[in-house]
Ligand binder design. Structure first.
Ligand SMILES: C[S@@+](CC[C@H](N)C(=O)[O-])C[C@H]1O[C@@H](n2cnc3c(N)ncnc32)[C@H](O)[C@@H]1O
Length: 272
């Protein structure tokens, strides 16, 4: 397998860090493991040659491929379950009873292969059904990885992943394909809109969100990048709107205007 030189390693690390915020400084083995065979199979003799090809490929296909290979996409249904309980017991009742809004604006930012937005969607649709509410409830799910987004839109998951969900949910929201896999029902798929978006780029928000979930994404960002993104999230939320980050993350190292609610849950101050 082709080995990477120090200069090539630094070039790839800074490109990914500058453009996507992902810090790969300690991931030399990961880069070699995930790119080595790939670049050889394309006929390149060095990382430098391959990387020139990535940058010059006007279709953007090889850059997408590179991002698919280098991003960490680990996720699962009901991950960090307490967030979904809080969403059900606080966020949704706040929207229904205090705001009286009927268009739900929830964003799963860095959604990976879809388990997070589908979990949000199952909780939402369950809540609406129970309270007999009719809302426009589509959840926005974005990521930079095209591979992850394609997986999520397809909505086919291994049976052992789906088995972790309550039986009633499995029965209501999944269709069995075969012994090994199940597919998210058409209704649930229609309730999640997958879109490609780089969180480091500016985003325009016409209707501010009730909730932004950005979990286990900023973990790879340095403090400046994180700080800029948290301030953009603040602006993108409606007053009283929530920001959920990963359980192992915190905003304590950066200046921000959020109210701290409990570990990993923050709120834009409501208008009083
Ligand atoms: C570890 S996964 C987290 C998935 C999910 N939020 C969870 O907590 O289970 C991190 C995701 O962030 C995405 N990501 C990393 N940098 C990003 C960026 N600059 N813009 C958008 N998505 C990004 C990766 O592609 C990956 O799918």
């Amino acid at each position: 397998m082709t080995s990477i030189t120090d200069a090539e390693f630094r070039e790839i690390v800074s490109y990914i860090n500058d453009n996507y915020g992902v810090n790969l400084e300690k991931k030399r083995f990961l880069i070699e493991g995930r790119l080595g065979h790939h670049l050889a199979s394309l006929g390149f003799d060095s990382y430098h040659e391959y990387f020139e090809h990535v940058k010059n490929d006007a279709t953007g296909r090889e850059l997408a491929n590179l991002l698919n290979r280098l991003t960490t996409r680990h996720t699962f249904f009901m991950r960090e379950e307490k967030h979904f309980e809080f969403y059900r017991s606080h966020t949704l009742p706040w929207i229904a009873d205090e705001l009286g809004d009927t268009d739900l604006r929830v964003w799963s930012a860095g959604c990976s292969s879809g388990q997070e937005p589908y979990t949000l969607s199952m909780v939402t649709l369950g809540y609406l059904k129970e309270r007999n509410l009719r809302w426009d409830s589509v959840i926005l799910a974005t990521d930079i990885s095209e591979g992850a987004l394609a997986y999520g839109s397809e909505g086919v998951y291994p049976a052992e992943e789906v088995e972790t969900l309550p039986t009633a949910w499995r029965n209501e929201w999944f269709e069995r394909i075969d012994d090994e896999s199940l597919r998210v029902s058409r209704k649930l798929r229609a309730n999640v809109a997958f879109k490609k978006a780089n969180l480091l780029e500016p985003f325009e928000v016409r209707n501010p969100f009730h909730l932004i979930m950005c979990r286990n994404v900023m973990i790879y960002f340095d403090n400046d990048t994180k700080s800029r993104l948290v301030s953009k999230f603040y602006d993108a939320l409606t007053p009283g709107g929530y920001l959920f980050i990963g359980h192992s993350e915190s905003l304590s190292s950066i200046k921000n205007d959020f109210d701290y609610i409990k570990p990993s849950i923050y709120r834009k101050p409501p208008v009083r």
